[in-house]
Design a protein around this ligand. Structure first.
Ligand SMILES: [Zn+2]
Ligand SMILES: [Zn+2]
Length: 561
C-alpha cells in the first residue's frame, strides 16, 4: 500500500508484513479487535517524533519538587514539569493515582493526557544501582562515571554514550563493548585496550587512528588490518622502528594531534575500504550495525533482534516496530526507552510493564491506558483506578473515540515532548532552527546553566599544547571551546588520563566533541549505490555522493580477510 506522509508528503510504503504486524498487535476486548491503523507518516517522520522525546546527554542542577533539595536532573529548572529525585520517585511517599481523572468523551485524548502529564511528577533521571555516578542518565550499575548516558556495568566512564559490558577508563567514546579499557575518542570498539581515535575495531591493543582493524597491536593510522603488529599507514615496521617513531610523536602536541586527526579522516575517505553495511551473525535483514539479528527490516544498531521493523538502538527485542532504545522486550509499537516490556503500544520511558498503551513513565505495571508516572499499578486510565471489568469496558470506548479523532495509533505529538527539541536526539538527525521549531509548535529550551566560577578563562589558542606542560592549575580554570566559544572544565580524572596516555587537553567543549564524533559515524539511513569494485548494486549507509570506497560484502571479504 502506497501512502503519502502526513508530515513531509514523501511517498512511503506500508508492506504486507507491516499490516500483519499491526493486526497481530491490535488489542482485543470482548472478542472484538481494535485495529491499529497503518502509519500516516513515513519512517523518518515517525522516528523524528520519537527522538524528540529523548534527552540523553543534557543534565542540570535543579531542586527536587518533593524535598526541595538540590538534585541532578534531565529537566532544567525552568521545565514546566514537577520533578522528583530518584529515591523519592520510586518510593511509596506519594501515589500517582492521586492525579487520576475521568476520561471526557467530548475532548481529544491527547489534550487530556497532556494535562495529566503536566501535573504528575517526573523521574529526575535514571542511574539505578550506581556509585559516584550522579551525572549519568539512562544508565545503571556503574561506578565513578560522569556526564555519560546509556552506560551499564562500567567504571570510570566520562563524556561518553552507549558504553556497556564492563568497560573501564573511557573518555569521549560511543558504542564501546566487551570490557574495552583505556579508550579515547573511539567509537564502535569491542574488547579493545588503549585505543585512541579509532573506530570499528575488535580486540585491538595500543592502536591510534585505526579503522576497521581486528586483533591488531601497536598500529598507527592503519585501516582494514587483521592480526598485525607494528604497522604505520598499513606498512610493516620492526618493533624498534615502530617504537622510535611513536617516541617522536608522544606525548602529542596539539598541532601534531590535529594533523593526525585530519590525516585519519582523509585516510578513511580515500584509502580505507568500507563494507556496505556491518552485519554480524545476521540473517535476512536490512539496515546497518546489526548483530545477531534475524528477519529485521530497516533496523540500525541492534544487538539480538528478531522480526523487527524500523527499530534503532535495541538489545534483545522481537516482534516490534518503530522503537528507539528498547531492551529485553517483545511486541512493541511506537515505543521509546522501554526495558522489559511486553505488548506496549505508544509508550515512553517504562520499565517492567505488560499490556499498556499510551503511557509515559509508568513502571512495574500492567493493563494501563493513558497513564503517567504510575508504579506497581493495574487497571488505571488517566491514572484513575478501575476494576478489571470497568477497565475492559472503558478502554475500547476510548479507542473508538481516538479512532474518530485519528489519534489512535499515533505516537505522542512532538509538541508534548518533555524536552526542548534542541535538547533532544531529534536535533542530531533532523536539525531545526528555533524559528522552524516554533512555527511547528515544537518546544525549545532557552535554559543556559550558570557556569561555575573559574579563576581564569583560557582561550582555545592558549591551552597548553602538550600534556607535559600542563600543571594541576588547569583544574581551577575554564577553557574556551575553539568552535562554540562555550567554556568547559577539566576534571582531575581527565587530567590524569591525559597524562597517562600522552594526549593533550582538548580544545573543544564536550558537546562539540560529541557532535564531531556523531558527524563521523554513519547515518541511520540506507541508500542505493554500486559496489566500488564489482559494480553490483548495494544498500549502504554511505550516500552516493560520499567519497568513501564502499564494497559489497563479498568484495569486502575477499579484500580484507
Ligand atoms: Zn515524512
Ligand atoms: Zn562488489
Amino acid at each position: 500500500m502506497q501512502r503519502s506522509c502526513a508530515q513531509c508528503k514523501a511517498g512511503f510504503e506500508i508492506t504486507e508484513d507491516d499490516l500483519s504486524f499491526y493486526d497481530n498487535l491490535s488489542p482485543v476486548f470482548g472478542g472484538k479487535k481494535y485495529k491499529i491503523p497503518p502509519a500516516t507518516r513515513c519512517a523518518d517522520c515517525r522516528q523524528q517524533r520519537r527522538l524528540a522525546w529523548r534527552n540523553e546527554r543534557y543534565m542540570y542542577k535543579r531542586k527536587c519538587d518533593f524535598t526541595g533539595q538540590d538534585i541532578i536532573s534531565m529537566y532544567p529548572p525552568d521545565s514546566p514539569f514537577k520533578v522528583y529525585e530518584q529515591g523519592v520517585w520510586w518510593s511509596d511517599k506519594w501515589d500517582a493515582r492521586e492525579y487520576g481523572r475521568a476520561f471526557d468523551f467530548n475532548r481529544p485524548f491527547f489534550d487530556q493526557f497532556r494535562e495529566l502529564q503536566l501535573q504528575v511528577p517526573r523521574l529526575s533521571l535514571v542511574n539505578k544501582q550506581s556509585e559516584n555516578a550522579e551525572f549519568t542518565n539512562h544508565s545503571a550499575k556503574n561506578k565513578n562515571c560522569y556526564l555519560s548516558a546509556v552506560t551499564f556495568e562500567c567504571e570510570d566512564v566520562y563524556y561518553s554514550d552507549w558504553v556497556i559490558d564492563h568497560c573501564k577508563d573511557i573518555f569521549d567514546c560511543s558504542y564501546l563493548h566487551e570490557g574495552s579499557e583505556l579508550c579515547y575518542e573511539t567509537y564502535y570498539a569491542w574488547g579493545s585496550y588503549r585505543a585512541f581515535f579509532c573506530d570499528f575495531i575488535k580486540r585491538c591493543q595500543d592502536v591510534w587512528f585505526c579503522f576497521d582493524c581486528t586483533n591488531c597491536k601497536n598500529c598507527f593510522q592503519c585501516c582494514n588490518l587483521r592480526s598485525k603488529e607494528y604497522c604505520i599507514e598499513n606498512k610493516q615496521y620492526s618493533r624498534e622502528e615502530y617504537t622510535r617513531k611513536m617516541a617522536e610523536v608522544l606525548p602529542f602536541s596539539a598541532e601534531e594531534l590535529k594533523k593526525q586527526r585530519e590525516e585519519y579522516i582523509r585516510r578513511k575517505r580515500e584509502v580505507a575500504i568500507h563494507p556496505a553495511t556491518y552485519h554480524v551473525q545476521t540473517e535476512s535483514s536490512t539496515g546497518d550495525l546489526l548483530f545477531s539479528t534475524k528477519n529485521c527490516t530497516e533496523c540500525f544498531d541492534t544487538i539480538t533482534a528478531e522480526d523487527c521493523r524500523h527499530c534503532i538502538d535495541v538489545i534483545d527485542v522481537r516482534d516490534s516496530m518503530d522503537t528507539y532504545h528498547v531492551g529485553w522486550s517483545e511486541l512493541m509499537y511506537e515505543c521509546h526507552a522501554i526495558t522489559n516490556g511486553y505488548n506496549c503500544i505508544v509508550c515512553h520511558f517504562t520499565y517492567d510493564n505488560r499490556n499498556i498503551a499510551y503511557c509515559d513513565c509508568t513502571q512495574n505495571s500492567q493493563n494501563l491506558f493513558g497513564c503517567a508516572g504510575l508504579n506497581k499499578n493495574e487497571y488505571c486510565i488517566l491514572n484513575k483506578q478501575y476494576t478489571k471489568g470497568e477497565y475492559e469496558d472503558l478502554v475500547p470506548q476510548i479507542i473508538e473515540h481516538m479512532q474518530k479523532s485519528t489519534e489512535w495509533g499515533e505516537f505522542f505529538p512532538i509538541a508534548f515532548s518533555p524536552f526542548g527539541y534542541n535538547q533532544s536526539r531529534a536535533m542530531e538527525y533532523y536539525p531545526l532552527t528555533k524559528a522552524q521549531a516554533s512555527q511547528q509548535g515544537i518546544p525549545w529550551s532557552d535554559y543556559d546553566p550558570p557556569f561555575p566560577a573559574a579563576k581564569t578563562i583560557i582561550p582555545a589558542a592558549e591551552i597548553p599544547s602538550s600534556i607535559a606542560d600542563t600543571t594541576d592549575d588547569i583544574l581551577h580554570c575554564a577553557l574556551q571551546c575553539e568552535i562554540s566559544g562555550k567554556p568547559f572544565r577539566i576534571i582531575k580524572q581527565e587530567l590524569d588520563f591525559y597524562r597517562k596516555t600522552g594526549v593533550p587537553l582538548p580544545q573543544r567543549h564536550p558537546d562539540q566533541r560529541y557532535a564531531d564524533r556523531m558527524a563521523q559515524r554513519p547515518p541511520r539511513k540506507l541508500w542505493h549505490r554500486q559496489c566500488a569494485k564489482c559494480k553490483q548494486p548495494i544498500a549502504t549507509s554511505y550516500s552516493p555522493d560520499r567519497l568513501e570506497i564502499v564494497y559489497c560484502d563479498s568484495c569486502y571479504l575477499k579484500e580484507v580477510y
